[in-house]
Design a protein around this ligand. Structure first.
Ligand code: SF4
Length: 391
């Protein structure tokens, strides 16, 4: 169990391993508070490799907190397009505004004050405080819980908030009370890299996460022969690699059938702005309705919208998995004729017709629609195939 394990012994081998094996990541080369914060928010529920190009583009467009605070919402959502969980970036903007108004434009170098900002929980506060400011506080994410439950053979359910809190408490004690994380401790100053010598708390937290991300992998496949803890790891000793960490099964996702429509009128394509609250709030989407509609039903629906369908084509099925819902989608591309619809952005039945050629660049369409967004700029009725029909 974590509580009865001598955690002091994980520190030195871990830091030694990290110095040799730390990945070079864009946010690590220049760990300013803003860059650490943005990277940590992006990395929630998204893989490192997928985050890299988004991070670099975000930093080019919004290099500072002021830029983030002042960015128009549509532009901000467009920058986040593809990363999903858009509330993350909305909350970041709210926090950036608060930092501009109440903290002199700098993220506070204070764990408690960081926790008070919108969208910043104990993990992110710990990461920013330790990595950017060298404050000895833990940053406990899923990787950290996995490596620690394995090395200590702790079979507590890691999904329990009480266990996360207990782990934070134990690590905070290790980092603060023992004093090993303060540069004045001569024994640990042997580390050669300046950045780690000056910021042991940041290095320690990153090393724990790095070990989980690259060596002590999930799903029973840890690379123990590369692990700096292999000589004293209890899960390895006791043959518990497959059973740790213990993780309560998440609730099953709700399946929702939807029919997605790509409605083209000449050079325009229809999009719709989602409500300001709820799933994918405020983003643009392709028109869609609940249920799996047949071709005839789609044609009736389109006619009810006062469009005259000319061609219809059924598209391949697609699915998108949100945290609690799975959309199973059927798509149709429909060419329509509609009178009185000339200008970009004119609305009809809450649809907005926009220039098809540039729609994908200008509007943040959530990745849930990625399979069908490809068809937004494809002209229909030019070449028929077996699934395309005159309507
Ligand atoms: S020895 Fe293996 S199971 Fe134990 S912490 Fe290292 S990688 Fe994980």
């Amino acid at each position: 169990m974590i509580k009865d394990f001598e955690l002091e012994k994980i520190v030195e081998p871990l830091l030694g391993w990290f110095i040799e094996n730390a990945r070079i990541l864009p946010w690590r080369t220049e760990p300013t508070p803003y860059r650490v914060w943005v990277s940590e928010i992006m990395l929630q529920q998204t893989r490192v490799e997928a985050v890299k190009p988004y991070f670099e583009r975000f930093m080019r467009v919004l290099p500072g907190i002021k830029d983030l605070a002042e960015c128009p919402e549509d532009e901000l959502l467009k920058l986040w397009e593809g990363l999903g969980y858009y509330n993350r970036v909305r909350n970041m903007q709210k926090a950036a505004i608060e930092v501009m108004e109440n903290h002199g434009g700098e993220l506070p170098a204070d764990y408690g004050k960081l926790l008070g900002l919108k969208g910043i929980g104990s993990y992110t506060a710990g990461a920013v405080a330790s990595i950017a400011y060298g404050i000895p506080v833990p940053a406990v994410d899923g990787n950290v819980l996995r490596v620690l439950t394995r090395v200590t053979a702790d079979d507590t359910d890691i999904m329990r908030q009480s266990f996360r809190t207990e782990t934070e408490r134990v690590l905070a004690a290790l980092m603060c009370e023992n004093g090993i994380f303060f540069p004045k401790n001569k024994d640990i100053l042997k580390w050669k890299e300046k950045v780690y010598r000056e910021n042991l708390p940041g290095a320690f937290n990153q090393a724990l996460m790095e070990l989980g991300a690259t060596v002590c992998l999930p799903n029973g496949a840890p690379l123990c022969e590369k692990c700096p803890w292999q000589e004293f790891c209890r899960a390895r000793e006791e043959g518990l690699l497959d059973s740790l960490p213990v993780k309560a099964k998440a609730k099953e996702r709700k399946i929702e059938k939807r029919t997605v429509l790509i409605i083209r009128d000449g050079d325009k394509v229809a999009i719709h702005k989602r409500p300001e609250k709820g799933l994918l709030a405020g983003l643009y989407e392709l028109p869609n309705v609940e249920g799996e509609l047949q071709q005839e039903e789609v044609l009736s629906l389109v006619k009810e919208m006062n469009f005259r369908p000319i061609h219809i084509r059924k598209l391949e099925a697609a699915k998108h998995v949100f945290s609690h819902i799975e959309w199973q989608m059927t798509g149709y591309a429909i060419r329509v004729e509609e009178e009185g619809f000339e200008e970009d952005g004119e609305e009809n039945h809450q649809l907005i017709f926009v220039d098809a050629e540039h729609a994908k660049e200008r509007y943040a369409i959530p990745s849930a629609f990625a399979a069908y967004a490809e068809y937004m700029n494809i002209k229909l009725g030019v070449k028929k195939d077996k699934e395309e029909a005159d309507a």
